[in-house]
Design a protein around this ligand. Sequence first.
Ligand SMILES: Cc1cc2nc3c(=O)[nH]c(=O)nc-3n(C[C@H](O)[C@H](O)[C@H](O)COP(=O)(O)O)c2cc1C
Length: 350
Amino acid sequence: MTADSTQVRFQARTDGPRSGWLKKLILLSREYYYDAKRFIAHSGALSPRHLATLRALVTMDTHRVEKGLAIPSPKPWFGEPIIKRVLHNTSLYARLGGDEDVCKAALDAVESYLDANSQHAAAEPQWAPELKRTVAGLNEQLRPAGLLGGTKTVSRETVYKASRLDSLDFFTSRYSIRDFAADLVTEEQIAAAVAAAQHTPSVCNRQSWSVHVFPRGPHADAVLACQNGNAGFGHTASHILLITVDLRTFVYPGERNQGWVDGGMFAMSLLHAFHALGIGTCCLNWSVDSQADRRLRAVAEISSHEIVIMMLAVGQLPESLQVAASWRRPLDDVIRTGRLRQFTMQGGDQ
Ligand SMILES: Cc1cc2nc3c(=O)[nH]c(=O)nc-3n(C[C@H](O)[C@H](O)[C@H](O)COP(=O)(O)O)c2cc1C
């Protein structure tokens, strides 16, 4: 047990509002309500209403098919309900004028599924011929495109080669930069970093993120004025990026916090992508109350289905600069042996 797990009474000072706990509780409930209202209005948790949610449903099921094919020994003709549902939703989405690449990826996945199943001896289920007819019909409807869905073979060597870093210094040499050089980051560099960050894993491959780019000057200044952690350096950044997530891509109550996870992971990849290009970044928190969130939405065009994950200041590195030491917790504090509440040698956990 560490000292931190002891409960003690103390009067620490914070910069939060000074009020009684009841008032604080009411204010906190109001903030939760603000977030919940947006999630309920835009996600598909109550019922899917937006085309973007249908797109997410197609993408999720496409991914379920792909991931089912990517395991060591997929069960013959696995997942009948998923296969039928993805085709139903894809036809619907195509009919409603949805993104053809999304439909094509779904079809590619189902075709890979048919291919894989044709290669083993298990008898075709009775729903297979109908499935093939639907696939053929949809294929005729969609323009040809490269392979977008299904699985692909990757060799360990390719991964090893491409991911080889000289050392883990890549991670330990990234600092939050609060003093940027005058030179601008180019649009191409931003595009390259975002393209790399798009390889971030996301829940069922839904890729809910967007990046709003504000160049140095009045545009960046306007959004920086809504944020509380950039005093003295924000204006030196070449660009301010605003990372948002589309709530319409989430469909279950259990996904109410998923946007923060996927958006946060994407943001981290983006930081590392800029780092790989030798460009400095500083995360700018969006830990704000509803009032500040409304203020930003009044200044910047952020759709109501988007939540703001954070801002990111990006800019070129000066020749030499000061960075915060940012002490790290000892590894022993971080890596902990996983313990079960109850464990018997015979039966495992109960
Ligand atoms: C979500 C998030 C929000 C942050 N917000 C701010 C901010 O508003 N202003 C700032 O100067 N730094 C901000 N930071 C940077 C942290 O202070 C910094 O990452 C941390 O101290 C570790 O230092 P390092 O990034 O140099 O390793 C933020 C970091 C994260 C992850």
